[in-house]
Design a protein around this ligand. Sequence first.
Ligand code: ZN
Ligand code: ZN
Length: 143
Amino acid sequence: MFLRCRKRPFADGMCRRHAVEEADRLFSLYIRRRDGRCTACGSTRDLQCSHHISRARVWTRWDVRNATTHCARCHYRFTRDPAAHHDAIMCLIGTRGWSNLMNRAYGPIVQGRRMPPGPLRGSDLEAVLARLRRMSALQEVAT
Ligand SMILES: [Zn+2]
Ligand SMILES: [Zn+2]
């Protein structure tokens, strides 16, 4: 599939879109294996990787502290009810964990203002992919 792609290589010989798709695939698998069940209701059916801070924020998109496992039902329910979602996130990571994630996603607060992080470069995405592959391999050994 990647061989036929004609777009400019961005990371590990893949174009940006394909490299992001590969990182998403590895990340989602890792999170679902890590949790093994919906962290809201305990179900083991139709499990999905659910981000705390939106996937649109690239610096926390593949941060394992920024995701949990939800069943399709709970995931859908939380998408519709941001307040309930936020409560569930606080139960999982607390205000300290949330503030750490916010700093990573939107940049740290300096003199009352967020200092936005720079764009994600190819080398950053390559580091993300390498880390996710290493974590997946360790996870397979452990299970
Ligand atoms: Zn491509
Ligand atoms: Zn659930």
